[in-house]
Each structure stands twice: as structure tokens, then as C-alpha cells.
Write a protein that binds this ligand. Sequence first.
Ligand SMILES: *Cc1c(COP(=O)(O)O)cnc(C)c1O
Length: 351
Amino acid sequence: MSRFFNRSLDRLVPYTPGEQPQDQQYVKLNTNESPYPPSPGVIAALNAREAADLRLYSDPEAKVLKAVLAERYSVEPANIFVGNGSDEALNFAFLAYAADGRGAAFADITYGFYPVFAELYHIPVRIVPLKEDFTLDPEDYYGLHRTIVIANPNAPTGLALSRAQVEGILQANPDCVVVLDEAYVDFGGESCVSLTGRYPNLLVVQTYSKSRSMAGARLGYAIGDAALIQDLETIKFSTNPYNVNRLTLKAGAQALAEQAYYDKNCQTIMETRAYTARELEKLGFTVLPSQSNFLFARKPGTEGADVYRRLKERGVLVRHFDKERIRDYNRITIGTREQMDILLEKLREFL
Ligand SMILES: *Cc1c(COP(=O)(O)O)cnc(C)c1O
């Protein structure tokens, strides 16, 4: 830290992304990317003409992308915010709805970026512990009088709330914003986008990074009441009006025209998830019932860090969190069937 650094941020501990080795030497099951490429139309759309047009700024209103997203989710373009990854939408939501002292609430075991955003904006946080089995009790969130942030399905557990459970939380908090991070919802969860019309305090955040194979393009969006979306636009136009680049806007719109391709990939990933969970259980692992594109698993009698290290030595990367309650676990992204067979083979080698 330089002596010039903003002193009010001297306790800020940045988010630690999963390892991103650039040489492809690993079977990479550590950051929940899709093992499948983007759809053919997306790849074709990123052509020389689009590259030549990079001399021009991108559309700060993202009109074309918002129009197709609006159609896909049966809302109006005014109900959609698009961001440079959903991390940006979440970042703006913390700033917009919690940074004035009203505070935020989220689980003890959830997406590691939430506490970082809270610290960045000096937001007082109420940590709401998950139950012993890592499920979330909706009633713990009733009447909190602060901004509520829930990943649904949750990360890194993969466990999900039903729409009815989310609706209970919304009804019990009419005076606060509920941010629902649906990064993994396309892998078997129940989306709450359809509730946004009835609950003006609901903001649903989704991403192209997981189910749409575009983590490297950085594209996410938020859906909610037009007034909430306007707040996010105010922050965007006060920081970076061209937050989504031209190539990504183009790719994002094209992907929605090929929904069947992505649906099929999600289906395959869910089948591979069921297969992997069964095989891990045969090896003695306890596996949480996941509705996402990863499994959270531990083997009684082993240490999570040890399993992580032995897999890495054998060329397989998974994610270990050195954090109380979950130290025994590893989070394993669902790759192709072939990648999962390599994982299982390496596990059999040392267990
Ligand atoms: C991956 C992930 C995101 C963010 O992804 P972006 O790549 O920024 O869209 C957001 N929330 C959760 C829970 C995630 O796991």
C-alpha cells in the first residue's frame, strides 16, 4: 500500500479469484466455467468486421442486447441493466442500495465478493449463518430492515431456495431491496425473474459466465423494477458509460438466438453432475445436492486442502476455501464427462 492510498480503505482485502493458469496444462475444474464453447453463431459474430468497428465506442444504452434480453425474460428493456460481468451489477447494487448506512445482510457461507463490496463501501453487515447442513432458513431473513443479498443457488454449496421461499423473504421485507444472485440458476434452479413484476424491491442478477460459456467476455445483467434499474444506470453513467464492449454486446445478443444450444449444454452438465456425484459417493465422499454446475464435497477422514493439493499435483484443479465450516470441502466444477473421469481416476490413485 502506498502512503497515498485512500486511508479509509486500508482494511480492504480484495476478492481472490480462482487460479487462472494461462497454459492449459490443468484439467480446470476450479472456477465454474463451462467446458463447452459458445454457440456457433456467437463465434461467427466475432468477425473481422466487428473487429474493425472497435474504433467506435460501444452503445452506452446497450439497446439491441436489452431488447433481446427483454424478450427472452418477458420484461421491458427498462427492466434490464447490463454490466461488465454480473460482478459489476452486484457492485453497483451494493453501492446503490446499502452504502448509506442502512446496511446489508448475507450468509456466512456464500459468494466471497459480497463482503468485499461491503468493505469497499463501508457497509455495516449482518452475517446470517446458514444452518448446520448449509441450507438457508428463509425466516432468518424476515424483517431485517437492510439490503438482503442471496445467491440462489448458493455458492459454493450449490443448494437452492424455491421460488416460494424467496417470495416469503420478499413479503417480509417490503422496505428493503432483495438482491438475488442467480449466476447458477440455469442448472436446475427456480428463477425468480417472474416475481420482479410483482415485487418492486426485487433485483435478480444473472450472468453469461456460466451457462452461456462466456466468462471471458464479461457480461451480466440485472432484472427488476424500472426504478431500481434506473438507480444502477445512474451509477454506471457516473463511472463508465461504455461498460460493456462492442464484441461482448454483439455476442450476448446472438447467444439468445441460440437458446437450444445452451439448454442442451446445461442438460448435459446436469447429467454429468449426477454421474460425478454418484461416483464420488462410491469413493466415500459426502456430496451436497447441487442445483448448479459444481459439486461441494468432502471425504470424511481427509483434509480438504490435502485433497486439493494431491489433485493439483496430478494436473486437476479444484477450488478449496480455507474458511471455517467449509475447510473439509472442495468445490468441483462439472466439466465434460471425460474431464470428470480424469478427476475420479486421480482421486482413486491417492485415496
Ligand atoms: C461466477 C459468479 C458470479 C459472477 O460472475 P461474472 O463472471 O462477474 O458474471 C456472481 N455470483 C456468483 C455467485 C458467482 O458464482
